[in-house]
Design a protein around this ligand. Structure first.
Ligand code: NAD
Length: 496
């Protein structure tokens, strides 16, 4: 076996080792004997150097015209297109999801690059009439400063891209801290930024754990904005810290997403959507379908077909094109999922299929878990309330659309929801009443596109939306500008 490559931090345009002298291994969850790469186990000192570099670079970058900043971002998109297959394969090795999904992850990076670069020539402000003679009133966006980007492992290139590109086009500089399970995909993205010619110090990368890098980064006095995606538990701490230190802060957190299947739904279509939503990325998506609320008239038939199809999903190494579901991210995830299966059993839900770790043959080398379906789940059970973040689906019976919506809304999260029905009136009622940031009709809870806002309500977010033009609201400050060309003092609200 060849020796694993060592990757370094990127600070002020140089690839540098951590001051700690320590390294972290990045292992393949489909085969834990394979080390995908070795990364820097960084410290607060490394963070300080990266923040200093980003602050220095901000002085020039903010004055670079936005269309010129956008040209670098277009170049990033072009390079990503050329490297898509290579980076997708490396991503599957580092975090397990199947190749068609890792190709989609890189594609999201490409999509957001092109979409955001277009904003370099838009970033619209408003011109509005002034109430006074010979006075001009308008609004414009200005950059915030140095941004800390703290990201999770489940979309290792897409999520850093969703933050990085809008931050840059708005004129900010960044320090990226990727999840310690997926530093390689973040390294690839930053390498592409370097190749695209983005000036030194504008993009910095520091790898390491949440406590040794994430925490000092978000608290650093040189950081003006913290953009975090991850669990609601950690997001709560990030939000508290940012509030105390008066930093701008956007949080994208957990989900407990629901699909409602009504008695008039096309069941074959609904089954496709539920299986894709529940077991895509092994259920490890913030938008994963973890609850399906099914009308009692079709419940029996639906549950039977669902269990049959879930049992037959092909689990294995995501590099095999025929595999439909890859491994979990790591061993603690396997332990957590097994605990939730036990919780479900103890609560009295019926285990229809799965519920076990897979250990035979090639499975023994990785963190594999069988696709798991529980039926007869009560809406209040922990199984139906808590984010499990794995291939575990709860099926809940309902009598009516009203009841289904009440169950759908009855969790602390509000990311994504969906309804399967052929009745347009019912679809519109669900669209209006499900309190989630994303909603689908006759489609699964996963599958967001970059030109629409992405994020959720309640404990999923703190009011921001990534992607689309709404991402600009995270990464810019509004400035209201008044230009008085009357040549005299005019007082608003006082002079008529
Ligand atoms: P996590 O909260 O454990 O970690 C997220 C990031 O925060 C990582 O980089 C981690 O190192 C860092 N971190 C951990 N502790 C920290 C601390 N004390 N201070 C600063 N940083 C710290 O989440 P995860 O396991 O990587 O990702 C899974 C979670 O992310 C799920 O809850 C999922 O729903 C959520 N998620 C949300 C979205 C969304 O857009 N809403 C998208 C993807 C994932």
């Amino acid at each position: 076996m060849t020796e694993a490559k060592t990757y370094r931090n990127f600070i002020n345009g140089e690839w540098v080792s951590s001051t700690s002298g320590k390294l972290l291994e990045d292992r393949n969850p489909a085969d834990s004997s394979e080390i995908v790469g070795v990364f820097q186990d960084s410290t607060a000192e490394d963070v300080q150097q990266a923040v200093d570099a980003a602050r220095e670079a901000f002085r020039k970058w903010r004055l670079t015209p936005a269309p010129k900043r956008a040209e670098y971002i277009y170049k990033v998109g072009e390079i990503l297109i050329r490297r898509k297959e290579e980076y997708a394969r490396e991503m599957t090795r580092e975090m397990g999801k199947v190749l068609k999904e890792t190709r989609g992850d890189v594609q999201e990076g490409i999509d957001i690059a092109y979409y955001t670069a277009g904003e370099g020539r838009r970033m619209f402000g408003k011109t509005v009439p002034s109430e006074l003679h010979n006075k001009y009133a308008m609004s414009m966006r200005m950059p915030v400063g140095t941004c800390a980007l703290i990201t999770p492992w489940n979309f290792p290139m897409a999520i850093p891209s969703w933050k990085l590109m809008p931050a840059l086009v708005c004129g900010n500089t960044v320090v990226l801290k990727p999840a310690s399970d997926t530093p390689l995909s973040a390294y690839h993205l930053v390498k592409v930024c370097q190749e695209a010619g983005i000036p030194r110090g504008v993009v910095n990368l520091v790898t390491g754990s949440g406590t040794s890098v994430g925490s000092p980064l978000m608290q650093n006095s040189g950081v003006d904005l913290v953009s975090f995606t991850g669990s609601t538990d950690v997001g709560g701490k990030v939000g508290e810290t940012a509030a105390r230190l008066f930093k701008r802060c956007s949080l994208e957190m957990g989900g407990k997403n629901v699909i409602i299947v009504l008695d008039d739904a096309r069941l074959d279509l609904a089954l496709d959507g539920v299986l894709w939503g529940a077991f895509g990325t092994s259920g490890q998506r913030c938008t994963a379908t973890s609850r399906v609320v099914v009308h009692k008239k079709v419940y029996g038939e639906f549950v039977e077909k669902l269990a049959e199809r879930a049992k037959n999903l092909r689990v294995g190494d995501g590099l095999d094109e025929s595999v439909e579901m890859g491994p979990l991210i790591n061993e603690p995830a396997v332990k957590k999922i097994a605990e939730y299966v036990q919780i479900g059993r103890d609560e009295g839900a019926s285990l229809l299929c799965g519920g076990v770790r897979l250990t035979k043959g090639e499975f023994g080398r990785g963190s594999f878990f069988a696709p798991t379906v529980f039926s007869d789940v009560e809406p209040g059970m922990r199984l139906a309330q808590e984010e499990i973040f794995g291939p575990v689906l709860s099926v809940i019976p309902c009598d009516s659309l009203d009841q289904a919506i009440e169950i759908g809304n009855g969790v602390k999260y509000g990311l994504s929801s969906a309804i399967y029905t052929q009745d347009v009136n019912k679809a519109f009622i669900a669209m209006r009443d499900l309190f989630t940031g994303i909603f689908y009709v006759n489609s699964s809870t996963i599958g967001a596109e970059v030109q629409l806002p992405f994020g959720g309500t309640k404990q999923t977010g703190n009011g921001h939306r990534e992607a689309a033009d709404t991402a600009l609201d995270i990464f810019s400050e509004w400035k209201a500008v008044y230009v008085d060309f009357s040549g005299k003092l005019q007082k608003a609200q006082i002079d008529s």
